[in-house]
Design a protein around this ligand. Structure first.
Ligand code: ADP
Length: 319
């Protein structure tokens, strides 16, 4: 293999730039040529492809977002779209592709691999919803952004007698909410993986209030439902004034934390090694601080799960 490509796809996450940098530098270290594909699979089909040199990834390790931009593409989900992409890769003489993104992006990478074009996936999403890796690139940064917000809400909360609901991202996964709730000392954590009895939550809030607790913070994962609708229900049921904060896209931005930069550097470099060594169709990940890799098929069939011990602990510490 002499020439490889790299792209970022789906929802962006802080640390993707550090991963691009690692891919480019590690590839050049191995005397490979590297091409960057702009705008994910959409740009791939359009041939929006540029050569990357050592300097092209200078001064980006600390930047959020992705210098290669990201996109979603319906056309790429079709056989014709995938063939268009492979034609472009062949035209540029690219022999293998590294895809930095989430679950959807890996499904696209699997399709290309099935059609004979080797791809390796690097998990980049704030949601931490991919099985086969303890952490995804961007999760730690997003978590720290949420914690900053939770701390600020807590400051104002101490001045008023209210219930505060903070809605956080995570799609169908509760990791951001669970970690943020535990780190932020929330009274309740609502995540899609655990069905809570609504009356239990109401009872808890009332008990806390009767005990003299001035305020309560509830961290709600978006996968559970709308924070505003939940807030209305809670206010009606408890008769306690309730305020809702939906954090939204600030959770996807910002300079990556040191942890995310290191993770992105390790995973990006490992992806180059894997692409050189086999036929693709695999994802790199980290488990117990060791680099691992799994076939996409395994990643898709295993469900991501939350850490049960942490969930129990969050309940014990917030009584
Ligand atoms: P993420 O990678 O963050 O999960 P998406 O689910 O939006 O983001 O996927 C990103 C892109 O990957 C999609 O816009 C599409 O082009 C491609 N993709 C997603 N699912 C498939 C699929 N089943 N087959 C082929 N391509 C897919």
């Amino acid at each position: 293999m002499k020439r490889i490509g790299v792209l970022t796809s789906g929802g962006d996450s802080p640390g993707m730039n550090a991963a691009i940098r690692a891919v480019v530098r590690k590839a050049i270290f191995h005397d490979l040529e590297v091409f960057g594909v702009k705008n994910g699979y959409q740009g791939l089909m359009e041939g929006n492809i540029v050569q990357m040199d050592l300097g092209s990834v200078g001064d980006i390790i600390q930047r959020g977002g992705t210098i290669l931009f990201s996109a979603r593409s319906e056309e790429f989900k079709t056989d014709a779209g995938q063939q268009r992409a492979i034609d472009q890769l062949n035209k540029f003489g690219i022999e293998g592709l590294i895809v930095i993104g989430g679950d959807g992006s890996f499904r696209g990478a699997q399709k290309l691999t099935d059609k004979g074009f080797p791809c390796i996936g690097v998990p980049g999403t704030i949601d931490n919803d991919i099985s086969g890796t303890d952490f995804t690139i961007g999760f730690d940064t997003s978590l720290n952004t949420i914690i900053e917000a939770v701390d600020k809400v807590r400051d104002t909360a101490t001045s008023h007698e209210r219930t505060y609901i903070i809605e956080v991202m995570g799609r169908n996964a509760g990791d951001l909410a669970l970690w943020a709730g535990l780190a932020g000392g929330a009274e309740s954590i609502l995540i899609p993986e655990k069905k809570e009895d609504f009356s239990d939550i109401v009872d808890r809030l009332k008990r806390g209030h009767d005990r003299g607790k001035k305020h309560s913070i509830i961290v709600l994962a978006e996968g559970v439902g709308s924070g505003f609708e939940y807030g209305d229900k809670i206010e009606k049921a408890t008769q306690l004034e309730t305020r809702v904060t939906v954090l939204g896209y600030i959770q996807r931005g910002g300079s990556p934390t040191a942890t995310d930069r290191v993770l992105a550097s390790r995973l990006g470099a490992k992806a180059v090694e894997l692409l050189k060594a086999n036929d693709g169709g695999r994802m790199v990940g980290i488990q117990n601080n060791q680099l691992v890799d799994y076939a996409f098929d395994e990643v898709f069939t295993e469900n991501h799960t939350i850490n049960e011990e942490m969930y129990q602990l969050s309940k014990e510490l917030s009584i």
